[in-house]
Design a protein around this ligand. Structure first.
Ligand code: SF4
Length: 325
């Protein structure tokens, strides 16, 4: 039974939240409902994260196998590969051919970063505005068209197929970018500390640096002294040369991204991101005012997007801003 094997392998979702995969599959399998769905999330909209695109290009057949295993395990009626626009265009022919004869369809997502949030994804597939839903209920109980729905990131399905074939050895994929010699996507043990990942891939800098871990906009800033821990989130490490990096420029890049990608549904995020962006204009950034905005974002944002904004800004301000002045 594949769910028991996933449980024994202690596989967690590779999309960011790290929820135990077997538990999620059991929840969908056991939920009452005549129709059940499986969705493979390949939205991958966060800057600095490209591992799903890499897997899609290199091993699409293994991903399809993982989705088929999920359909069988939860007795699902339809599987959907939910792809961001450029991935859809690039891989649709190959994926359609691999999925031929199975109840697996492709869906082209065109709404950007927020489209990867699990409840927004459901709204988008149903043809509605790209906005998150209130939770609970969670998708395993009530997801697509009100039916129990299993949503996992593409890499998770890849590892499920490897577990089924007896080839899983506790690895995961990491995207490494920034001020490094050897950027790219690497497969290494999922429990390696960040410093070891950088060393093993030939990317440990000889200069003073910091990293943004787990996502290129919402990821947390970590100092060199904090790299003896495994990597959380979507598996990305962006390295920054401490002397050469303009912190205002970096935050401005984040604020521009968040302004373009937030859905505007809730005031703390919509207004908070706008205010942060305004403060970063013309070097008028005030860390204390920013912290007040961030505190509200963290406590009151409707969906994880707003909390992700707080994550990157707060860690940069607390760890680097005062040193930089
Ligand atoms: S936190 Fe941002 S993205 Fe999420 S609902 Fe509010 S405005 Fe939309």
């Amino acid at each position: 039974m594949i769910i028991e094997k996933i449980k024994a392998a202690n596989l967690r979702g590779c999309g960011g939240a790290g929820f135990p995969t077997a538990l999620k599959w059991e929840m969908v399998r056991d939920a009452p409902g005549e129709k059940k769905y499986v969705i493979c999330n390949v939205s991958e909209g966060e800057p600095a994260v490209t591992k799903d695109g890499y897997l899609l290009a290199k091993h699409p057949e293994i991903v399809i196998d993982g989705v088929k295993l999920a359909l069988s395990a939860i007795k699902g009626s339809l599987g959907i590969i939910y792809l961001r626009k450029d991935y859809y265009k690039k891989h649709k022919t190959r994926l359609k051919s691999l999925a031929a004869g199975s109840p697996i369809e492709l869906f082209e997502e065109t709404c950007g970063y927020l489209g990867g949030e699990e409840t927004t994804l459901l709204e988008v597939i149903e043809g509605n505005r790209a906005e998150p839903r209130f939770k609970p209920p969670y998708p395993p109980q009530s997801g697509l068209r009100g039916c129990p729905t299993l949503i996992n990131n593409l890499e998770t399905f890849f590892w499920v197929a490897k577990i089924a074939s007896g080839e899983y050895i506790g690895n995961r994929f990491y995207t490494i970018c920034g001020d490094v010699k050897n950027p790219g996507v690497f497969e290494l043990n999922k429990d390696y500390p960040i410093v070891k990942i950088l060393r093993e891939t030939g990317n440990l800098p000889a200069f003073e640096f910091f990293v943004q871990a787990g996502g290129g906009a919402s990821g947390q800033i970590l100092l060199e002294s904090e790299l003896n821990q495994p990597l959380c989130g979507a598996g990305s490490i962006a390295v920054f040369d401490k002397k050469k990096t303009n912190l205002c420029g970096l935050m401005k890049k984040w604020s521009r991204f968040f302004i373009n990608e937030n859905c505007g549904k809730c005031v703390p995020c919509r207004e908070g991101v706008y205010r942060l962006d305004e403060m970063l204009k013309d070097g008028a950034f005030d860390a204390e005012s920013a912290k007040a905005i961030i505190a509200v974002l963290k406590e009151t944002s409707f969906c994880p997007f707003g909390r992700g904004v707080a994550n990157s800004f707060e860690s940069l301000i607390n760890k680097l801003w005062n040193q930089n002045k």
